[in-house]
Design a protein around this ligand. Structure first.
Ligand SMILES: NC(=O)c1ccc[n+]([C@@H]2O[C@H](COP(=O)([O-])OP(=O)(O)OC[C@H]3O[C@@H](n4cnc5c(N)ncnc54)[C@H](OP(=O)(O)O)[C@@H]3O)[C@@H](O)[C@H]2O)c1
Length: 292
């Protein structure tokens, strides 16, 4: 397949490049190569490369900043997705777009993981903008993959957020400072290498539609931090915090665990347990640092 990858130097984008270039004619584009909020820019790259599939990793996902930066958040997370869907429709391309667990509001009375048929009910601007992006694709373009993910971490670090949670925890531990982490938000952290392999398998199926794709199991951010330190043989001064303790602007769901039900239903759920994935990430970063 000829694949145009937008946001190729981001966190997930970097791992997609490594996985997809093996079997596909891959065109990786950075922000300098295309501006997704501008139809002319998107048309120009589709016209030039004529891809079979466009993958969109571009996002405005600083969750707290979105509360005040509503227009840029909607420009990238919603209106640009409509632009991409329209351009793909006109050029006969498939579109794969990434969405988020934050389209849900943690409102389930019984805490069972959200499946694709659950009704979204976002509680912050970021979640509303991502949901609007999903709806634009669904309205405009039949041949699409929408993939909701959660708590991403990869060796490239999120360019939008400047790093990732694992690296932040390891840095704070190195600095020897007391570390406080919220224990009232439950999610599933997901390693971008695993996700890249899962996406590579999904695009082969041509089974278009909405998919959840996260690691198995779940934890709170506190539980994730504790496991990072356990697996790294570190014993920092770690304590529990509550949502709001740090004056965050955005409300966050207390529970946003996703179940990969649609992937399971087509026999394609390849995601491993989050603890196993974390071990693989820690090994990868050790290898990366060794070869520096
Ligand atoms: N990170 C998470 O925990 C998380 C959780 C749930 C869902 N997601 C979703 O997963 C996807 C990938 O996340 P990520 O962490 O890999 O993101 P990331 O590291 O911030 O990568 C985003 C990429 O898109 C580029 N980009 C941003 N705005 C653009 C624009 N207007 N036009 C063209 N390119 C643009 C960025 O380039 P520059 O940096 O040069 O601008 C970067 O290469 C996003 O859709 C995000 O909403 C992420």
């Amino acid at each position: 397949m000829k694949i145009l990858l937008i946001g190729a130097n981001g966190q997930l984008g970097s791992d997609l490049v490594k996985v997809l270039r093996e079997d596909h004619d891959l065109i990786p584009l950075a922000h300098a190569d295309v501006e997704v909020t501008e139809r002319a820019s998107v048309d120009a790259v589709l016209e030039r490369y004529r891809p079979d599939l466009v993958m969109n990793m571009a996002a405005y996902h600083k969750v707290d900043a979105c509360e005040e930066q509503v227009e840029p958040a909607f420009a990238v997370n919603a209106f640009a997705v409509r632009i991409l869907a329209l351009a793909c429709r006109d050029h006969g391309a498939v579109l794969l777009h990434m969405s988020s667990d934050y389209v849900f509001g943690g409102d389930k009375t019984r805490r069972t993981p959200y499946v694709e048929t659950d009704r979204p009910a976002p509680i912050n601007v970021y979640g509303v903008s991502k949901l609007a992006g999903e709806q634009f694709i669904q309205v405009v373009l039949d041949r699409h993959f929408l993939v909701r993910v959660s708590g991403l971490y990869g060796v490239a670090g999120s360019s939008g957020k400047g790093g990732n949670f694992v690296e932040l925890m390891l840095r704070l531990a190195r600095e020897g400072k007391p570390i406080r982490v919220v224990d009232d938000q439950r999610l599933t952290p997901t390693y971008t290498v695993d996700l890249a392999h899962q996406i590579a398998a999904l695009i082969e199926t041509r089974r278009y539609g909405l998919y959840h794709a996260t690691s198995q199991g779940d934890c709170t951010w506190y539980g994730f931090a504790a496991e990072i330190f356990r697996q790294s043989g570190l014993n920092p001064d770690l304590s529990h915090a509550k949502t709001g303790d740090f004056g965050e602007r955005a409300t966050r769901p207390a529970y946003s665990v996703l179940e990969n039900k649609a992937l399971q239903s087509i026999g394609l759920d390849r995601m491993r347990h989050w603890k196993e994935a974390l071990a693989a990430y820690l090994a990868e970063r050790r290898d990366t640092h060794r070869s520096d």
